[in-house]
Design a protein around this ligand. Structure first.
Ligand code: LIP
Length: 266
């Protein structure tokens, strides 16, 4: 059985190679290959090509593991470990050439279901900046060789918060109402457009907290481990108006409770 540190090393190596491909394709020009759930929910040929690279490398290195990817779906494995992959998180940023997107690769143990899996390792690489965030269970959270820690303590009304909005316009009124509830805690908001980077920024102390509803498993699988290994808290809440669209919150321990309560609302 591979250790979490060995899985982390593999995730780092593959994330670097995948990030190089994503960046090369971006410089060559990106075409939207398809629109998925809405006009904002797009996929490019690069998304598909990068996921194929990641899936192929993992199949070669760890053929008994499972896979759950944004573009090519799920395949169960025999090892009890599943790789949860977003080949290009921040796809809209990628398509527009905004330098805030990332390759996100995580290894989890147990059922490949977010509230039932155990995060073992993760790597998130921004191909433009070259920054590679990584973590392993019990091994800490890192940016390259720099150990990361969440901002702590963070006083209420002074937090720099990240958030995002779902692709479905019908959800925007609720998202904006959530922003209004949370604003009394915030010095300002940032909408970066890639959940994996939002979560890594919480781990790195670049954001004090983050909240967003409707993330997919591959958006948060690696970043959530970065947050908890950096001393932060990460949780999901199923809300009564649409249990299938959970809310995710991440922050340091002193900010988390108030942020979670405001984000969940009445
Ligand atoms: C994106 C997330 C982002 C969210 C977007 C989208 P994708 O993932 O990273 O936080 O606000 O709506 O879900 O689709 O670029 O992989």
């Amino acid at each position: 059985m591979a250790s979490a540190h060995e899985l982390e090393a593999l995730a780092i190596d593959i994330a670097r190679e995948a990030a190089e491909l994503a960046h090369r394709r971006r410089t060559e020009g990106v075409a939207i290959a398809a629109t998925k759930s809405s006009i904002a929910d797009i996929v490019t040929e690069a998304d598909r090509e990068v996921e194929d690279l990641i899936r192929g490398r993992l199949a070669a290195e760890r053929p008994d593991d499972g896979f759950l990817g944004e573009e090519s779906g799920a395949e169960s494995g025999a090892s009890g470990i599943t790789w949860v992959v977003d080949p290009i998180d921040g796809t809209v940023n990628y398509a527009y050439g905004i330098p805030a997107y990332a390759v996100s690769i995580a290894a989890v143990r147990g059922e490949p279901v977010p509230d039932r899996w155990e995060g073992l390792a993760g790597a998130v690489c921004n191909p433009v900046s070259g920054e590679l965030f990584h973590a392993s269970a019990g091994g800490g959270a890192w940016l390259g060789d720099e150990r990361l820690a969440v901002n702590e303590p963070v006083s209420a009304a002074g937090a720099l918060l990240g958030t995002g909005f779902g692709y479905d316009p019908a959800t925007h009124a609720g998202d904006l109402a959530r922003v209004a509830r949370v604003m009394p805690l915030a010095r300002d908001l940032r909408r970066i457009g890639a959940a994996s980077l939002d979560l890594c920024f919480v781990a790195a102390g670049r954001l004090d907290g983050y909240f967003e509803r409707g993330l997919n498993p591959w958006d948060h699988a690696a970043g959530a481990l970065l947050v908890t290994e950096a001393g932060g808290r990460f949780a999901r809440a199923e809300l009564t108006d649409d249990p299938g669209r959970p809310l995710f919150v991440a922050a340091g321990p002193t900010l988390f409770g108030g942020l979670f309560a405001a984000a969940v609302g009445s």
